[in-house]
Ligand binder design. Structure first.
Ligand SMILES: CC(C)(COP(=O)(O)OP(=O)(O)OC[C@H]1O[C@@H](n2cnc3c(N)ncnc32)[C@H](O)[C@@H]1OP(=O)(O)O)[C@@H](O)C(=O)NCCC(=O)NCCS
Length: 154
């Protein structure tokens, strides 16, 4: 496992977040990232290399009284090194610090890599949401109780 420096992204990291997001299979509109990151409504946790390069990020918001993991992305050449796992654990810890007792997320039903990661942390599927995404893809709605139990880590 590669231990990254996990810390909050600030406006100075915006260009790195936007650049990384372009490598996502489903990039977000730039204006949404700008307003989320700079507006302070959504917290971006970044996984940084020692020299300051952003290797991945997790975006945490709130929905109906629960923490909501809104986005998660790791640079393609840095996958399977444990970064996604570290980012979700950090997001869960922060959500717990904020007083949330549940962390929820939605993931495309076909995204087996992300689903495996969430399951390994104890997330359970609570509902399927048909045609949730703008292209008609269904979503799997998952959640886990906070704080995360380290016993769920494999
Ligand atoms: C999903 C994603 C964030 C995972 O990041 P990552 O850093 O590669 O994940 P990790 O290395 O922390 O993996 C942790 C565990 O998740 C599971 N996992 C991750 N990628 C997997 C894959 N491609 N296939 C099967 N299991 C996978 C494994 O259980 C893995 O543990 P292991 O490597 O010891 O077997 C990354 O693939 C990504 O950025 N994908 C594109 C964006 C995306 O789909 N985001 C999720 C939106 S809901």
């Amino acid at each position: 496992m590669f231990l990254a420096d996990i810390r909050f992204c600030a406006e100075e990291h915006l260009s790195q977040v936007l650049e990384l997001d372009q490598l996502s299979p489903h990039p977000w509109p730039e204006r949404v990232i700008v307003s989320d990151l700079c507006g302070g409504r959504i917290s971006y946790l970044g996984a940084f290399a020692a020299e300051g390069q952003l290797l991945g990020y997790a975006a945490l918001g709130e929905e109906r009284g629960s923490g909501l993991l809104m986005n998660l992305l790791v640079a393609p050449e840095r996958r399977r090194l444990g970064l996604g796992l570290q980012l979700v654990v950090a997001a869960a810890e922060f959500a717990s610090d904020l007083g949330f007792s549940l962390l929820a997320l939605r993931v495309r039903v076909a995204n087996s890599a992300a689903i495996a990661l969430y399951k390994s942390l104890g997330f359970k599927t609570r509902a399927m949401q048909e045609r949730f995404y703008s292209n008609g893809d269904p979503a799997r709605y998952m959640s886990v109780r906070l704080p995360l139990s380290l016993r769920t880590l494999k």
